[in-house]
Design a protein around this ligand. Structure first.
Ligand code: NAP
Length: 289
């Protein structure tokens, strides 16, 4: 247990619920390994107290905060500044203390991107299919546009929602080079070429305890996929990942995305750079927690 003193800087997570979070493992281990006098805790905040919590955190000289479900959009109104990527995505998961207030960032998407780079999966000029059209799928879409994917297909149970995020995303895309489509899973299966797509599973389907489900259980879908990312990390191997692997593709879960969103937040708070070796060490600790 770390010695906490009068000089210890405090960081923390706000959300509701927060009891399940792995973020304290990430930040307290980073602080310990890098010899930084910092301590990280989790704060469950009620719905009508979000603005008070942010004002209070600033008044208490708190160095930085993470924000989780359901407040990632709500907190934007309480910030003094916002990073352009977070503004585009419309969700903030990291608050950095600045003169006059907190500045908001989104480190979830840079976190996913860094996890993909770590795995050797390059998005530039690739064809990508996203399963889902919720808050996280929308953010993934913005990241794919920014990182130069050439074709993005959105497949969602409610096709209207897929169309909505497609329309919005087109405002940011390079229309001459990038195509974005919203289609049914049947259309995707009949039109897409085999083994050409990176699939990103951004729905909540397959998460513990409902581990026997995937948003798409038709094996023909997986014939199109050469690599699959499930943003879920519990269970370690989802049905989606299993089906990607059974069809010969590589599959990854969302634990590294979670780790790297934390690492990027930590780097923003402290100015330190976290090495891949240290990231690996923390990943092992998270796996065993
Ligand atoms: P959300 O806004 O509630 O969206 C949920 C999505 O799941 C929608 O597209 C919804 O489709 C789809 N869906 C839900 N139940 C379904 C079902 N039975 N069959 C087919 N589709 C279904 O959620 P979100 O905030 O985007 O989060 C999505 C997931 O991302 C979370 O569950 C979490 O696992 C993951 N996540 C991971 C990290 C990480 O660090 N690894 C960080 C954040 C989130 P409809 O539009 O048809 O309802």
């Amino acid at each position: 247990m770390k010695d906490i003193s009068g000089t210890t800087r405090i960081c923390g997570l706000i959300g509701n619920p927060v009891e399940h979070t792995k973020s304290p493992i990430i930040h307290n281990t980073l602080a310990e390994e890098l010899g930084i006098d910092l301590c990280y805790g989790a704060f469950r905040v009620d719905d009508d107290k979000v603005e008070d919590a942010i004002k209070g955190a600033y008044a208490l000289n708190i160095l930085g905060m993470n924000v989780t479900v359901p407040y990632k959009s709500r907190v934007i109104a309480s910030l003094s500044d916002i990073d352009p990527l977070a503004k585009k995505i419309g969700a903030v998961n990291t608050l950095v203390r600045t003169e006059g207030g907190f500045k908001g960032y989104n480190t979830d998407m840079p976190g996913l991107y860094r996890a993909m780079c770590y795995d050797g999966v390059d998005i530039r000029n690739e064809k990508v299919v996203i399963l889902g059209a919720g808050g996280v799928a929308r953010a993934v879409l913005m990241m794919l546009i920014e990182k130069g994917a050439k074709e993005i297909v959105i497949v969602n149970r409610t096709i209207e929602k897929a169309r909505e995020i497609m329309e919005e995303a087109y405002k940011f895309a390079d229309r001459e080079r990038q195509s974005i489509k919203a289609v049914s899973v049947e259309e995707f299966i009949s039109d897409a070429s085999d083994k050409e797509y990176i699939a990103i599973q951004a729905t909540s389907v397959g998460m513990y305890p409902n581990v026997d489900c995937s948003p798409c259980e038709d094996p023909s879908f997986y014939e199109k996929v050469k690599a699959g990312y499930d943003l879920i990390f519990n269970p370690e191997e989802t049905l989606f990942m299993k089906m990607v692997r059974e069809s010969g593709g590589k599959a990854y879960n969302g634990l590294k995305m979670l780790l790297y969103q934390g690492i990027i937040a930590f780097e923003l708070w402290t100015g330190e750079k976290v090495s891949d070796d240290l990231a690996d060490k923390i990943l092992q600790k998270m796996k065993h927690s």
